[in-house]
Design a protein around this ligand. Structure first.
Ligand SMILES: Cc1cc2nc3c(=O)[nH]c(=O)nc-3n(C[C@H](O)[C@H](O)[C@H](O)COP(=O)(O)O)c2cc1C
Length: 202
């Protein structure tokens, strides 16, 4: 295969203009065509991965599955508050219950360790994060609203078994996808790259 002809301007444009958009900005009850969701997942699968361990796993919630998930995380939030004495806020409970259904699809981001691979967990976390960046870029290229959230059960030990996690497996959060309710694309904000780089030239 010869070197593919890429378009660097197009790559730079999508990288710099990619944005997160949140449930308040989602157009509700208007699902994204599932061929785009399949494309998002396929592109995730092409992330770099040391020793080809391909540690990313996904669970896609849509339709009634979003309500099932919302009910699940709201009830687990309540249970944790009762069991662990962590604060219970009615507003948070309602958000856990209702937010997933505002999306078209919500994709749980899982890290599956390969036994005996010898790959440090940091590298597997990095590989999953690169898969998520592919998802972000693909969703944004289609003009969709999306974001990576690490709320809800992401760090709840009680949820591990429900997600089939063993040993060093991880739940790394949730990737929300929806059509945007507005045609206002969010502005970007970054400190200058020059403040974050040092060069060694000799
Ligand atoms: C690992 C990771 C976790 C994140 N978790 C959350 C989250 O829990 N809640 C949230 O509102 N945004 C979350 N975000 C999205 C950031 O808020 C978003 O990337 C940031 O505001 C910059 O905006 P941009 O993505 O439009 O450039 C997360 C992003 C990353 C990379």
């Amino acid at each position: 295969m010869g070197t593919p002809k890429f378009n660097p301007e197009a790559v730079t444009k999508i990288i710099r203009e990619r944005r997160s958009m949140f449930p308040a900005q989602f157009k509700e009850n208007d699902p994204v065509n599932e061929s785009i969701i399949e494309e998002i997942l396929e592109n995730a699968n092409w992330a770099p991965t040391h020793k080809l361990t391909q540690p990313w796993r996904f669970i896609v919630y849509t339709g009634a599955g979003l309500k099932t998930f919302g009910d699940y995380q709201a009830e687990l939030y309540k249970l944790r508050a009762e069991k662990n004495g962590t604060p219970f806020l009615e507003g948070t409970y309602q958000k856990f219950k209702e937010n997933p259904s505002k999306a078209s699809h919500m994709i749980a981001l899982l890290l599956k360790r390969t036994e005996g691979s010898g790959i440090p967990v940091m590298e597997e976390i990095s590989a999953v994060a690169m898969a998520v960046q592919n998802m972000y870029l693909t969703a944004c290229a289609h003009g969709l609203a999306c974001y990576w959230g690490t709320g809800g059960p992401t760090f709840w030990a009680e949820a591990r078994e429900d997600f089939g996690l063993e040993g060093e497996d991880m739940l790394m959060g949730f990737f929300y996808v929806a059509k945007p309710a507005t045609d206002q694309w969010p502005a970007g904000r970054r400190e200058l790259i020059a403040e974050k780089v040092s060069w060694v030239r000799e």
